[in-house]
Write a protein that binds this ligand. Structure first.
Ligand code: 5RP
Length: 231
């Protein structure tokens, strides 16, 4: 099975959690896109759901497939969000933001009763941090924000290279008009502490650590989909 097959299998397994009438948050990325396509097929067969997208890309895909879309302003409380992840650990903590949608993904997931993560088996790690941590920052004064991020990392006993995310040589711009700093810091033993320290830095909008948001992980493997349930 390829990683993409595993992603697809996890996405299909997530359909079992979607019930008629639910308000569903849609994640971003290749795994979430598998879920969007599968959900759209179910909706065409009569499953009545209303969806909120976590990015422009997901909105475009979901609406083009005929899913009924709404906004978080009209529906501030969602039933579930189904999204991918760059990494997850045994405590259901996540790193997200490889696709740059972390801020809206976190707003959507935290507005949902349940966040279900769908992933291939390569995303499971002992300790978060192999994947660079995306930090969304306002474009003003990025260098000043960067040294304060380094200071926050030091307080947690961490350090590493901070790199402005670029696309075709130009700063990557998030759907909210911000920039992203990718921090290659290695193992993050205390994700909750780092999350708090980063998010109080002026200029940091949010970071890719998803702490205590996810309750169920569906992981595609060569032997089928494994379910991890919190608590
Ligand atoms: C986007 C994300 C994605 O969920 C994450 O990057 C995983 O992507 P993929 O499903 O393509 O492996 O956080 O911001």
């Amino acid at each position: 099975m390829t990683a993409d097959d595993q992603k697809k299998a996890a996405a299909l397994a997530a359909l079992d959690y979607v019930k008629p009438g639910m308000k569903v948050g849609l994640g971003t990325g290749s795994t979430a896109a598998h879920f969007v396509r599968a959900l759209a097929e179910r909706a065409r067969d009569g499953l009545d759901v209303e969806c909120v997208a976590s990015s422009r890309a997901t909105f475009k895909l979901a609406s083009s497939l005929g899913l009924r879309m709404t906004t978080l302003d009209k529906q501030p409380r969602l039933d579930i969000t189904v999204d991918g992840a760059d990494e997850f650990d045994g405590n259901f903590q996540l790193i997200k933001g490889g696709g740059g949608a972390l801020l809206i993904e976190k707003i959507v997931a935290s507005s949902s009763r349940y966040m279900i993560v769908i992933a291939d088996q390569s995303k499971k790690v002992e300790t978060l941090g192999k994947f660079p941590l995306a930090i969304e920052v306002v474009p003003f004064g990025v260098s000043a924000t960067a040294w304060k991020i380094e200071r926050a990392l030091r307080i947690c006993g961490l350090s590493g290279k901070l790199v402005m995310r670029l696309v075709n040589g130009k700063p990557f711009v998030t759907d909210s008009g911000n920039a992203i700093i990718d921090a290659a810091i290695g193992a993050i033993p205390e994700p909750a502490r780092l999350d708090t320290l980063l998010n109080v830095v002026p200029g940091v909008v949010d970071n890719g650590l998803f702490v205590d948001l996810c309750g169920i992980i569906l992981m595609g493997t060569d032997d089928g989909v494994k379910t991890f349930r919190k608590g």
